[in-house]
Design a binder for this molecule. Structure first.
Ligand SMILES: *Cc1c(COP(=O)(O)O)cnc(C)c1O
Length: 424
């Protein structure tokens, strides 16, 4: 299988080239050349998620240097449960937050780190640079811990993440280091971009990015969405429709890939927060990126979805996508209502999905819905607890983070300081 840029379909890359580069040389994003329509068929009957993912992803790894390692990569990345909780006759929740850092980012981060570790050389490891304001940094740090083919440097905006998040970003052992940057998130991201813009620095440290433009984050997401849709169909006899809380659109594109590969998925709904770019595009057909607005579902505060280019490329087919936009008041009301009515507690991101379901009166008739619950509500307890009036018990994995010592170094928001740090 080859991977081609969304901009220029000439000069395809191998899978591992696409993983190491992150982005194509022409500025586009890598996509698989084809979507094998029988990938799901080949995976049916697998005994568990890791085995299913191995079979499902085999065509994408065919001919690559990572081909032989696929099964072990999948058993590392898919080593936690993925329960489906039934809330009503036509509604289930797909809980994607049972990984070690409590968000679905664990799947993609573990898969990507497992790939890079095997492609890297302990004598000249990759340096994964991750600017983060939310769930990615913790997931990357956790997934990078103990590896030898890479090191990870996490940058976060000091004083602009919750105390729990700060802990989760700063508690990982070698080869992970955390820099708290005295600036806002946009400046952190700009700093990382300017590092990638320095060819000498990039070469010296084999810099690579962990954000969701990397195809190795989308493929495992497509695998678990295919797995769960097959499981749902086997259990209920009906083809599920998916609701995906969306920001940078990695998860949404993964759902399209799963469907294109034969997964039994009917309608796909993208639920966003107040950031209106996708909603306006779905209505008007015009894509107008803009600065993000701050919401209580902050992992989706995106005004310029970085995977939009993949959606727009029309390959796989994205027709019929529905976008529902949910503002902060509606998020709070949905958390309150479903806590009272169903006894279920959403995180603010997943609550956008639940609200989208509640609004889809016409389309939803006769369909079975699966809402992707993207984070454990405990990660956003400061928002959720005042709304429900009830304390959230942390799962053991999330409270274990608080027992680890924090270690983060201060870093000014300039490239000279970051360069000095990397070279030291
Ligand atoms: C990252 C994230 C999202 C958005 O996912 P995208 O792939 O960027 O669309 C939604 N919810 C949570 C909790 C997240 O961390």
């Amino acid at each position: 299988m080859k991977f081609r840029s969304t901009r220029n379909r000439a000069s395809p890359a191998s899978l591992s080239e696409a993983i190491c580069a992150g982005q194509a040389a022409d500025g586009g994003l890598f996509m698989p050349e084809t979507f094998p329509e029988d990938a799901v068929q080949g995976a049916e009957g697998a005994r568990d998620l890791a085995a299913f993912a191995t079979a499902f992803l085999t065509p994408f790894f065919a001919g690559d240097v990572l081909e032989e390692a696929l099964a072990s990569i999948c058993s590392e990345a898919f080593d936690f449960p993925l329960p489906e909780i039934c809330l009503a006759d036509d509604l289930s929740v797909l809980e994607l937050f049972h990984g070690p850092t409590g968000a679905f980012k664990d799947f993609g981060a573990r898969f990507l780190m497992a790939c890079l570790d095997r492609l890297g050389d302990p004598a000249a490891p990759f340096t994964v640079l991750a600017a983060t304001s939310g769930d990615t940094g913790g997931a990357v740090g956790c997934a990078a811990e103990g590896r030898s083919g890479l090191r990870a440097v996490i940058l976060y905006p000091d004083g602009r993440v919750s105390p729990y998040q700060a802990h989760q970003l700063s508690c990982w052992g070698k080869p992970v280091t955390t820099l708290k940057v005295n600036a806002d998130f946009d400046s952190c991201q700009k700093l990382v971009k300017s590092a990638f813009g320095d060819p000498g620095l990039t070469r010296r440290h084999r810099l690579t990015s962990a954000n969701s433009i990397n195809i190795a984050r989308l493929l495992p997401q497509a695998a678990y969405l295919a797995f769960t849709s097959v499981r749902h169909q086997a259990r209920t006899g009906s083809t599920p429709s998916l609701i995906i809380p969306s920001g940078n659109l990695g998860h949404g594109v993964a759902a399209l890939i799963a469907r294109a590969c034969g997964a039994p998925i009917s309608t796909i709904v993208l639920a966003t927060n107040a950031n209106a770019t996708l909603h306006d595009w779905a209505r008007s057909g015009r894509y107008m990126p803009r600065p993000s607005v701050v919401t209580i579902a902050n992992a989706m505060d995106v005004g310029t979805p970085s995977n939009f280019e993949r959606l727009e490329a029309g390959h796989p087919d994205s027709s019929g996508l529905i976008v529902v936009r949910v503002d902060d008041d509606a998020i709070r009301n949905r958390i309150r209502a479903d806590h009272a009515r169903l006894g279920y507690t959403w995180c603010p991101h997943s609550a956008c999905g639940a609200e989208a379901y509640a609004r889809l009166r016409q389309e939803r008739r006769g369909q079975n819905w699966l809402i992707a619950a993207t984070a454990h509500p405990y990660k956003f307890a400061d928002i959720v607890e005042p709304v429900t009036g009830e304390a959230i018990n942390p799962p053991a994995t999330l409270s274990a983070v608080l027992d680890r010592p924090m270690q983060a170094e201060d870093c000014p928001a300039d490239l000279a300081a970051l360069t000095a740090y990397l070279d030291s």
